[in-house]
Design a binder for this molecule. Sequence first.
Ligand code: HEM
Length: 202
Amino acid sequence: MADNREFTYRRLHSLLGVIPVGLFLVQHLVVNHFATKGEEAFNGAAHFMESLPFRYVLETVIIFLPLLFHAIYGLYIAFTAKNNVGRFGFFRNWMFFMQRISGVVTLVFIAWHVWETRIAAALGAEVNFQMMEEILANPLMLGFYIVGVVSTIFHFANGLWSFCVSWGIAVSPRSQQIVTYVTMGIFFALSIVGIRAILAFV
Ligand code: HEM
């Protein structure tokens, strides 16, 4: 019974990491990338997202609650799960370890980023190009944002690999190898999108 519950939580954790949290991450990176086209383009894209109908319901149901569950259960997994040494090769064991490390780094980054932007907005600040420009003018913050964004993207891309394995999408060693290449490609492509957006504010 307890095993069943644990299995369901693991599956839910895995699914929520991709849908909706992973999809939201990709959408967020694409909107931020408008910063490379200038201040007006970024503010236009950001304000469009803010003006969506049922914004608070969407934010709560699509982002906040799934992320909260994934993060809390993710911390539990990160600090209790046994490493599967022997089941996979050296490279996969490292990726398994990095998945946990990047999850914790991502949590710290997201908590800070949400505080500085979304909560600040709820308290009356305007989230726009100028706000990000001011935040990223501090070299320490610039470094923190680059590490945080790359860590989040790595966590998502590498997570797609274990998602494909645990949902039976990549079963044979050959298909798992191909998915490794595809997900690492996703990691590099999204990292370029994320870093370009950050540097556009500097
Ligand atoms: C934008 C934020 C995040 C995204 C897009 C994301 C996405 C993912 C994905 C797609 C997976 C793979 C699921 C699977 O193995 O089937 C995953 C796994 C994992 N995530 Fe996240 N995640 C995020 C934030 C976090 C946070 C804040 C934590 C907190 C520590 C966390 C901890 C974990 C852990 C420990 C795993 C491994 C689960 C396992 O091996 O069974 N994640 N994540």
